[in-house]
Write a protein that binds this ligand. Sequence first.
Ligand code: IDP
Ligand code: MG
Length: 160
Amino acid sequence: TVKPQAMARFETEKTYVMVKPDGVQRGLVGNIISRFETKGFHLKGLKLFQCPKELAETHYGDLSEKPFFPDLVDYIVSGPVVCMVWEGPGVVKSARKLIGATNPLESEPGTIRGDLAIEVGRNVVHGSDSVENGEKEIGLWFGDEGVIEWEQAMSPWLRE
Ligand code: IDP
Ligand code: MG
């Protein structure tokens, strides 16, 4: 077993990852979750969710002046999304790498967008771009409930 003191340094950062409506409709949820699972990150929250318009607008608030903003909001509310919290060392940056560039045609093969998408407006997945925004987005999408602290049996096989 792992001592509590040793566990303390496993208390690392969290990120918010979301399968967008196109990813859910296309049956890519398992594929996407699998990449984070097999990488070794720790699942702390998961739900299928119909996003209300106001939440989509708040989530993408920084982009509200962009010409594509109304279409972006319509896209995000067009069907259910799958909301996730993943935890691990450097998970914010690593998740962005696993996800790939915003424009799927510029995403490397091997990344989610590089393997599974072709258009920026249908790029199947979201990932927080900083630790701070990750915390903000987890609060926004999960609130106080739904993020579960649990010990994963395999963690000593992932982290020394
Ligand atoms: P990110 O998702 O890679 O962090 P952001 O620049 O934060 O990219 O943009 C958020 C989302 O807005 C993108 O994932 C994409 O769905 C959409 N988006 C960004 N730029 C464009 C664009 O030029 N046209 C249409 N949609 C866009
Ligand atoms: Mg972004």
